[in-house]
Design a binder for this molecule. Structure first.
Ligand code: NDP
Ligand code: OXD
Length: 318
């Protein structure tokens, strides 16, 4: 089908004007609209979305593909009845680099006792904790060995950490101890001192960061109790269980970037927990200037008859 060049932009929680400006720069020959011109708008051939307005994707007879402006696509699937067209997600060096920065930042903060020393500084205490382990004594286990998990693994390996990863299907990654599926989860957890969650939210992963999972973690290690770093999606975690695990000592500390409800409600006890580090879903921002040009290149290539890449597997949900 020939391109009519009309893109539907439906983004909630992002400023559409910023994305529109970038689209107009990258694709001056395409028209960008934030709503269809009416029911069954025949001119829209692509949609770019983040938590799209419910129903906005329905009844577009010539829609060729839906592009997510994030790596995760659970926000698209939140609407059950989606048109049967390919869904493309973000796989981009810029996003990947940002996520790896976040993971390395948090791993190093826990490894080098950032919480302890910030607390000591606040109380003018000069005391070196001589129990600092070496990086190669610490195992960082990454739940989700996809694009983001693999890149973070490589950067942690370069810093000298032991690194393992858990995925749905078996994976091989140089220098990384790999585990897969239900059977691999227990051994993966039993070995990890720091668990980093970079899973997508799907029916199979929802609520996975729960008491059941924490109970399979090792009880002691070079950092004391294991640490959780969670940056996949908030609904992967059961926050009441995280709090209980911190209280019981099963978890030593947690860095949380994502939450069951975002923004994190004012009355959440996580805000003031002394062993919780909170960032506001800021681990890896989607930056229009980095993401829009490759999206437009994909649309142009698709219009020439080439296959789309970074497609979502609808059955797997990611
Ligand atoms: P990928 O699809 O590349 O990787 C997902 C990984 O999770 C794969 O290794 C996959 O296994 C594994 N996985 C999926 N389901 C299961 C399961 N049931 N059991 C075990 N492993 C499973 O995704 P990305 O790495 O690009 O992104 C991961 C997530 O990070 C996104 O979905 C998004 O939610 C989140 N994100 C958060 C951001 C933030 O700012 N906080 C920013 C960007 C992304 P397999 O390899 O076998 O397919
Ligand atoms: C993403 C995100 O999925 O920003 O890319 O959370």
């Amino acid at each position: 089908m020939a391109s009519t060049g009309k893109i539907l932009l439906s983004v909630t929680g992002f400023d559409p004007a910023v994305w529109r400006a970038e689209l107009e720069k990258a694709a001056p020959d395409r028209v960008v609209v934030e709503e269809p011109s009416g029911p069954n708008d025949p001119e829209i051939d692509y949609a770019i979305v983040w938590k799209q307005r419910p129903g906005v994707l329905k009844g577009l007879p010539n829609l060729k593909a839906i592009f997510s402006i994030g790596a995760g696509v659970d926000h698209i699937f939140a609407e059950g009845d989606l048109p049967d067209v390919p869904i493309v997600r973000v796989v981009a060096d810029d996003l990947t680099q940002r996520m790896s920065e976040y993971v390395v930042w948090q791993v190093l903060d826990h490894h080098r006792k950032g919480m302890l020393y910030r607390d000591q500084q606040a109380n003018r205490i000069w005391h070196e904790d001589r129990m600092q382990p070496a990086a190669n004594e610490v195992t960082v286990g990454i739940l989700g060995l996809g694009h983001l998990g693999r890149d973070a693994a490589g950067k942690l390996l370069a810093l000298g950490f032991r690194v393992t990863g858990w995925s749905r299907t078996p994976k091989a990654a140089e220098g990384v101890g790999t585990y897969a599926g239900e059977a691999g989860l227990g051994p993966f957890l039993a070995d990890a001192d720091i668990v980093v969650c970079l899973l997508p939210l799907t029916p199979a992963t929802e609520g996975i960061l729960s008491q059941t999972l924490f109970s399979k973690m090792k009880t002691r290690g070079p950092l004391g109790a294991p640490i959780l770093i969670s940056a996949g999606r908030g609904r992967l975690q059961v926050e009441a269980d995280i709090l209980a695990a911190l209280e019981s000592g099963r978890l030593g500390a947690a860095s949380l970037d994502v939450f069951e409800t975002e923004p994190l409600p004012d009355d959440s006890p996580l805000w003031s927990h002394p062993r919780v580090t909170i960032t506001p879903h800021a681990a890896a921002a989607s930056v229009p200037s980095a993401l829009i040009p490759p999206m437009i290149r994909q649309m142009d290539a698709h219009d020439r008859g080439e296959a789309l890449t970074n497609l979502v597997d609808r059955d797997a949900g990611y």
